[in-house]
Design a protein around this ligand. Sequence first.
Ligand code: SAH
Length: 253
Amino acid sequence: MSMVHFVGAGPGAPDLITLRGKLLLEGADVVIYTGSLVNPKLLLDLRRESEVHNSAKMTLDEVVEIMKTAVGQGKTVVRLHTGDPSLYGAIREQMAKLSALGIKYEICPGVSSFSAAAAALKSEYTVPGISQTVIITRAAGKTPVPKKESIRMLAAHGATMILFLSAGLLESVAKDLIAGGYGPNTPAAIVYKASWPQETIIRCTVSSLAKSAAENQISKTALVCIGDFLGDLYHLSRLYSPDFSTEYRGKKE
Ligand code: SAH
């Protein structure tokens, strides 16, 4: 049916798109992809006649114009966003314009880069006894962050923290993290291009974040992960403990 599908492309590796996303992509008449971050390998299996646009050099109105024209011609459009579209995907404004034009749209979720980073680190973000909360945020850059969500304030929780869009701002990020409450030696990691062939993992501490990024010439396409989940200590999960019964398993005597 003629409509727009916002599709999460996954973090980079072309086999980390969802099956649904892949099928939508293969059925699309028009594909508009975020050229700066979507792996172009995902575009290899499109139908030969499908029309492809890179949104990296387009404005919101130009993107919407392409969608409007295509849907008007009875075509199906896939708007391919990196990771999962719900995080820093700027889809809200596109959806608002489509609604105003009476164009139907749906969203197909994707594997976010924060999941790919955990996999690359072979880590669990929510380790019992350490942290049961993941804070996903970013440093304020061109896009401001609400005052109550400043890194300094969020740091007070000492929870697992994942920073998007912040790899170029680590000097001030580290200052805020420490001022907010993380110890300078709290373990940290920078994950560059998770799931891409160039994937790089740098393990460091909060106080050495900026130096580690500079030494490895990383200033973008990276996630910054902070917290004791990266350390050696944790408690065993109650879920698999023999003295703990669940709906599915009785207590072992
Ligand atoms: N919707 C995307 C995020 C888009 S914002 C998602 O769910 O992943 C772009 C930021 O995401 C980048 O600046 C970087 O911080 C992060 N990012 C995207 N892909 C990445 C990857 N493969 N590895 C590490 N960070 C990534």
